[in-house]
Each structure stands twice: as structure tokens, then as C-alpha cells.
Design a binder for this molecule. Structure first.
Ligand SMILES: *Cc1c(COP(=O)(O)O)cnc(C)c1O
Length: 347
């Protein structure tokens, strides 16, 4: 994670970095994120209880709440704990109007540059800014937007132009770039970048690997073979008997299933490694187990190490692609029952 943060900095040398740590640091844990991102200029997330945890764990630099306040109490907490708030909705201004002066709540107004989830249009941004400027308890620090298509060539051109027009003569910082824009859209870097998935070694692109982006996986999911079986021709394995051996073969049973966060939709053929050899899953993933083809691993036996993702042979993005999703979802879905070992390895 330290290496990947350094990559983000190297790609956007003029910008400050908000390391995005929402969703339990994309499944990696807040404590690990705090240790790895101690050099970040700020941390960004969505959850107010986790923001409080960051402050009590000693994080003193800026904290940006990416969806802003969900209720009035969040504004009071932001004021107490010095959290910066995105403001994307007039109701959030009403809550901010209720707080007095010093200490002021730092705020970034969000512009909708084409995602059409959160944010003001150009006229709405102007009136929100005018209203904010008259509130005693608020300091407007600047403006932010989030791209819908930063992973596609040219996918940010119209969004950047719309943002620039909307904020043209308004003073303050600018923040636009997610991981894909950090890696691929220098004109979007501006004052603050907001990398997320790249910090954990996931690719923000469908067609470019994390390794190609110079990133290193932060999460390695491992297990072991707990059984080895011989299948005869015509034998099926797993729920629904979806895989049937067309010849005699050996299969291994791995102690990892969807209750651990391994995607149940991963079909036969999803990459997995046993004893350092790349092979494939066979049959349905069940709650606590999945099965693997041991033909490419002739000496495999019970107890052998299994790499589900994130080691030298299996990229999380490849498992995700096989299962019809993205690495982001697999990281976030890592289940609480999986024992976590944090490798402090300062290299
Ligand atoms: C999650 C998020 C990011 C980080 O996105 P990645 O694609 O993971 O880099 C940046 N900005 C906002 C507003 C987000 O919600």
C-alpha cells in the first residue's frame, strides 16, 4: 500500500493526495491503512463512525467525508472532529446553517460533471456557493467532482470542460481525479487527487492490469487443500453437479467459499493456484469450500497452499473478471471471518 501511494504521488506530483479508505479501506482494515498512508495529505471516506475512529487513533491531518453529512448530527461531529464535508444537496446547507462560528466546518461543493448521482449543476453550484459564503460556521475550501468514465479514453474531456466552466471565477481548491484519472488524465490532477483502488493494487481499468500500471497487490487471499479426490469419467462435483469429469482426474477441495468473500458466481475455469502452480476452479463455489482441478499439479496433496488471489500467480482482477465483476467488489466483500495477517514489511 505504501508502494502504491508512492505511485499515485509520482503520477500526480503537483497534487496533494486524499487516500480513499471508505469501506474499511476497501477491505484492508483501517489500522493497516493508517499505517500505510501516514504520508498521505488526507484521508477520504464515507462512514462517520470510522472518521471518529481515525481521530481517536491519532490521525490529525484532513479527513474528507465523500458523501457529506447524512443528518444534522454529522455536521456537529464534523465541527467537533475537524472533518471536511462534501456538500452536494441543498438539505446539507440547511444543516450547516444551524452551526455557529469558530470552529468552522471546511466544505467542498460538489459539481455533477455527468455521473448524475451526486452534485449540483452549474446554476445550483453558484447559488449554493452564494449561500455558503453567508454562513458563519462554514468555510468553503473549494470544489470537487467525480468522473463517470475516467477509465475510458477521452472519457473525462466533457466532464472537465463542464467543471471548469461551472467553477470558472470561484476561488478555492479543485479535486477531480480517482485512480483512473490519477494514472491516465493529468489535466484532472489539480489541487487534490482521490485515489482509491490503485492504493490497494487493483486496476481501475477493464483492459489494463494492475501490474501494467506499476501497482502491487496489497491483499493476498490464501487457503489450503483440505481434501484430494479422484473423479472417474462421468463423476460430478459440487452443488448442482455443474461440473462433470470427461476423463479420470484428481480434484482438490479448498477451504474457502462465498462466506469468506470468494464470489459464488466464479464459474468453472476461474484462475487459482495450488502449490505455486496455476490451475482452475471446477464446479460451484459453496459457502465454505470450492474445488480445483489438480491435473496441472500432479504432486498436490492435502495441506498444500492455495492462492485465491493477490499472490504471484493470480491477480484479483482476473478472478473478478471471471466472475463478472471488478476487483473493487472482491476486496470490499472480504468476509469478517477470514483471519487477517498484516505484513508491516517496509521495503
Ligand atoms: C470511491 C471514490 C474515489 C476513489 O475511486 P477509485 O476508483 O477507487 O480510485 C474517489 N472519489 C470519490 C468521490 C469516491 O467515492
Amino acid at each position: 500500500m505504501r508502494h502504491n501511494l508512492a505511485r499515485a504521488r509520482a503520477r500526480a506530483p503537483g497534487a496533494q493526495v486524499w487516500a480513499v479508505i471508505k469501506a474499511n479501506a476497501y477491505g484492508h482494515g483501517l489500522a493497516a491503512a493508517l499505517a500505510a498512508f501516514e504520508d498521505a495529505d488526507g484521508l477520504a471516506l464515507v462512514e462517520f463512525d470510522k472518521a471518529a475512529a481515525l481521530r481517536s487513533l491519532g490521525w490529525r491531518k484532513p479527513v474528507l467525508m465523500l458523501e457529506g453529512a447524512f443528518e444534522a448530527a454529522d455536521v456537529a461531529q464534523a465541527r467537533r472532529e475537524r472533518l471536511s464535508l462534501i456538500v452536494h444537496e441543498p438539505g446539507q446547507l440547511d444543516w450547516l446553517a444551524g452551526v455557529g462560528g469558530d470552529p468552522v466546518v471546511p466544505v467542498y461543493l460538489k459539481f455533477d460533471s455527468g455521473m448524475r448521482r451526486l452534485g449540483f449543476d452549474a446554476a445550483g453550484l453558484r447559488s449554493a456557493h452564494a449561500r455558503l459564503s453567508n454562513l458563519p460556521g462554514v468555510a468553503c475550501r473549494g470544489f470537487a467532482s467525480h468522473f463517470a468514465n475516467a477509465d475510458l479514453a477521452g472519457g473525462t474531456d466533457a466532464a472537465i470542460a463542464a467543471f471548469d466552466a461551472a467553477v470558472a471565477d470561484l476561488p478555492g481548491e479543485r479535486s477531480l481525479a480517482n485512480s483512473a484519472a490519477v494514472l491516465g488524465v493529468p489535466p484532472a490532477h489539480r489541487d487534490w487527487v482521490r485515489p482509491g483502488v490503485m492504493l490497494y493494487g487493483g486496476s481501475p481499468y477493464a483492459d489494463r492490469s494492475a501490474a501494467d500500471c506499476g501497482l502491487r497487490p496489497a491483499m493476498r487471499l490464501e487457503s489450503r487443500l483440505i481434501a484430494v479426490r479422484a473423479l472417474g469419467r462421468g463423476d460430478a462435483i459440487g452443488y448442482g453437479s455443474t461440473f462433470v469429469a470427461d476423463r479420470p482426474m484428481r480434484v482438490g477441495v479448498v477451504a474457502c467459499g462465498y462466506a469468506d468473500g470468494y464470489p459464488r458466481h466464479a464459474p468453472t475455469g476461474t484462475p487459482i493456484a495450488v502449490a505455486g502452480r496455476l490451475t482452475r476452479t471446477v464446479g460451484r463455489v459453496s459457502m465454505d469450500m470450492l474445488s480445483v482441478d489438480l491435473d496441472p499439479v500432479p504432486g498436490a496433496q492435502v495441506g498444500d497452499a492455495v492462492e485465491l488471489w493477490g499472490g504471484p500467480r493470480v491477480a484479483i482482477d482476473d478472478v473478478a473478471a471471471a466472475a463478472g465483476t471488478i476487483g473493487y467488489e472482491l476486496m470490499c466483500a472480504l468476509a469478517p471471518r477470514v483471519p487477517v495477517v498484516v505484513d508491516e514489511g517496509r521495503d
